[in-house]
Design a protein around this ligand. Sequence first.
Ligand SMILES: [Zn+2]
Length: 75
Amino acid sequence: MAQYKYVHYLTNLGDEKFDPAHEPGRTSPHTGIYKCQGCGVEIICLAGDPLPPLSHHQHSLTHGGIAWRLIVATV
Ligand SMILES: [Zn+2]
């Protein structure tokens, strides 16, 4: 899980950009930290760059497929 020390550097925002789970290899719509919805692996991706592909890491059958969700966005 992403960690931080100083809460005043982050803002809780109910924006819909945090809702979709993106397919591996798709273009990242926002710069920030993405979390795999299957296993919890976190990565950083720049807007316009491809999200990590299916070969990025292995899942067990219980994890299901890789899907990237934006959890922290930069401004
Ligand atoms: Zn995963």
